[in-house]
Design a protein around this ligand. Structure first.
Ligand SMILES: Nc1ncnc2c1ncn2[C@@H]1O[C@H](COP(=O)(O)OP(=O)(O)OP(=O)(O)O)[C@@H](O)[C@H]1O
Length: 229
């Protein structure tokens, strides 16, 4: 489980996170939602210890984030970090050399699933296919938790649908996923838990299935209530 407990984060004098708490479980997709600049990426960076927090605590499987945490959690940023002149196959080899927990079998399956040609250069790919390669490189790691920053941003509906399909497949399996997104519509049916953020705080965190069953409300219905009361 990932436990984010009362974290605060300032950039200069600007308080971006002001006591954010939530948990994300294995086998569940947790979605962080909020307007641009609310601090979603900062939260993911904090979980990965890529940015220091000012107060609060983050635990991964009951332990404070440390070097070993990178064997159980990985971060898929919103833009690919591989060199554009690399072929997909070279990016995969790079990952295999660098990470002990690279799973070549899953990588090959993801290539097929996304209909990607491993000979293609990253610089020649469409935006949608670049996003898919970016996801592939993260999903092929054997980790318990995947943090994904805006995996749907700026790509066409068919690519979005294909990516959403991956979330529902064995390629994500029983892992825990935290994603940030604005484009809730395509993935609403896949999300287990929703964390609505505003002004550095969690306005509401809820289980989407439970709210659907007990109150007959969709995630978007709850978002309207919370953001436009
Ligand atoms: N390194 C930094 N130095 C100063 N300010 C920063 C830094 N990183 C982020 N910020 C500020 O912190 C706030 C939160 O940024 P963050 O990127 O976490 O938001 P976000 O919710 O992910 O936004 P978006 O939806 O646009 O990706 C923004 O106001 C941003 O300008």
């Amino acid at each position: 489980m990932i436990e984010v407990k009362e974290i605060t984060k300032k950039f200069g004098r600007k308080k971006v996170l002001n006591g954010v708490s939530f948990t994300a479980n294995k086998g569940e997709i947790t979605c962080l939602i909020g307007i641009n600049g609310v601090g979603k990426t900062t939260i993911l960076n904090a979980v990965m210890a890529l940015t220091p927090i000012n107060s609060g605590e983050i635990l991964i499987n009951k332990e404070k984030v440390n070097k070993q945490s990178y064997e159980i959690v990985t971060f898929i940023p919103d833009a690919i970090t591989m060199m554009p002149q690399m072929r997909i196959s070279e990016a995969m080899e790079f990952m295999q050399d660098f990470y002990d927990n690279w799973n070549q079998e899953r990588a090959t399956e993801l290539l097929k699933f996304f209909k990607l040609e491993e000979r293609e250069r990253i610089s020649d790919l469409s935006k949608g296919n670049t996003a898919k390669v970016n996801l592939l490189l993260g999903l092929a790691l054997d980790v318990d938790f995947l943090l994904m920053d805006e995996p749907f941003s700026g790509i066409d509906i068919f690519s979005r649908e294909q990516i959403a399909e991956v979330f529902a497949s064995h390629l994500v399996e029983d892992r825990g996923v935290i994603i940030t997104t604005h484009e809730i519509n395509d993935i609403e049916h896949l999300i287990d838990k929703v964390v609505l953020l505003d002004n550095g705080k969690v306005l509401k965190a809820f289980n989407s299935e439970e709210v659907r069953e007990t109150q007959g409300k969709s995630v978007v219905d709850v978002m309207r209530e919370v953001y436009q009361p």
